[in-house]
Design a protein around this ligand. Structure first.
Ligand code: SF4
Ligand code: SF4
Length: 385
């Protein structure tokens, strides 16, 4: 795609990055077929290609209408378009640049609503007060977590909302890792990965959290922690993307690369382990693959493969590549589209009449649970019997 971004803008790192991404798009339109919002709304401006044009025009002409804001707001950042794109367009980085432009034009009431939700979700004290009402699961095994001994030390990313809403995910993870012989230390709940701020255009707030995390976790890696384990794929993809937030000459860049390269989704970690000491609960399950795992972390079929290795029989899920509509705070700000995507997803997940749905991300778990009476769990809970 040809571009004519103002020279002054091209001279900035962000302008250069936007220009490079825009030029890599060849307008082929392959991405339209896998974009959930284009599938639902049928409008080119609600497709990846349409949004790329909107951002290009905003950068070239410094113009952004209220209509454009709406089309960008409707993007789930599911990154299905990145998986499909044959030209490797880094759409998720471009939409972040677009969102920064949007933020400057957003009406005040919208800014205030977004800031309040963001602050609530990332403030453990406040969230624990309100979140306990919406608690989804409780700790289900009575066993106290036994610390493992010989095999190594792991840092478990606790998550900022997971300890309140789905505490059994971290509890089960610690039990499984201890059974396999690992010592587990946890991040404090206040150490949010920064995704909620970053995806709501609060880049400065996100950077404060991210730099703090990089400092803390680098120290732990240097003092003998082998890997950083994530059980929420939405947090995992954010941490793996840390290096994209720094220029190569930034003092944080190398440390961000090191933290990102040693971060693993729990399924990635378990894939290399001998799991014969575990006794998975045998249930008829359906697995929902979060976008943050299959498109964001580029790990399609990871959990499916692991579950099959553990003896589960998984039925193919129609449109498994499509988002369930959770997408961070999307379900709060775009409730209609979000619900439609959730209803479609649940219809496909329940086709084989499972008695349990499992997934790899707390956002999907909580969102899907609002539309069905079936239990929705993190799959790691199956291994903690
Ligand atoms: S598939 Fe990639 S190159 Fe083709 S229009 Fe979409 S973003 Fe552009
Ligand atoms: S990130 Fe998802 S919703 Fe947004 S343009 Fe790409 S495919 Fe569509």
């Amino acid at each position: 795609m040809q571009t004519k971004l103002p020279e002054q803008l091209i001279k900035t790192p962000q302008g250069q990055k936007a220009d490079d991404i825009l030029r890599s798009c060849v307008h082929c339109g392959f991405c339209l077929a896998t974009c959930p919002t284009y599938q639902l709304l049928g409008n080119e401006l609600d497709s990846p290609r349409g949004r790329i044009y909107l951002i290009k025009s905003a950068l070239e002409n410094n113009e952004f209408s209220q209509n454009s804001i709406q089309h960008l707001d409707r993007c789930l950042t599911c990154r299905a378009c990145e998986t499909t794109c044959p030209s490797g367009v880094e759409y998720s980085q471009l939409i972040e640049i677009g969102r920064e432009l949007v933020e400057k034009k957003r009406p005040l009431w919208q800014k205030m609503a977004r800031t309040s939700i963001r602050k609530l979700l990332t403030s453990p004290v406040l969230f624990n007060l309100l979140g306990s009402v919406a608690k989804h699961s409780s700790i289900q095994t009575s066993s106290k977590v036994q610390q493992g001994q010989n095999k190594g030390r792991l840092l478990l990313l606790t998550g900022c909302v997971q300890p309140t809403l789905t505490p059994n995910t971290n509890h089960a993870t610690k039990n499984v890792l201890a059974t396999l012989g690992y010592e587990v230390i946890e991040t404090p709940q206040k150490e949010c990965c920064g995704a909620i701020d970053q995806h709501n255009s609060a880049h400065n707030d996100a950077l404060i959290k991210i730099k703090h995390n990089i400092d803390q976790w680098s120290n732990l890696l240097e003092s003998g922690v082998d890997s950083i384990i994530s059980t929420a794929s939405g947090c995992g993809v954010m941490v793996k993307d840390y290096p994209t937030l720094f220029e190569p000459d930034d003092a944080y860049y190398q440390k961000a690369v090191s933290v990102a390269s040693q971060t693993k989704d729990i399924a990635e970690f378990l894939l290399d382990q001998d799991l014969s000491t575990l006794s998975p609960v045998k249930e008829k399950i359906s697995y929902h693959a979060p976008c943050s795992l299959q498109h964001g972390q580029k790990l399609p079929n990871l959990v499916e493969g692991l579950l099959e290795k553990l003896g589960y029989e998984l039925m193919p899920i129609t449109d498994a590549h499509l988002c369930c509509g959770s997408a961070g705070t999307y379900s709060i700000f775009q409730p209609k589209i979000s619900k439609q995507l959730r209803d479609n997803k649940l219809e496909h997940l329940t086709q084989s009449q499972p008695n349990l749905i499992v997934t790899s991300n707390i956002g999907c778990q909580i969102h899907l649970a609002k539309g069905t009476d079936l239990p929705i769990k993190h799959w790691i809970e199956l291994l903690d019997s």
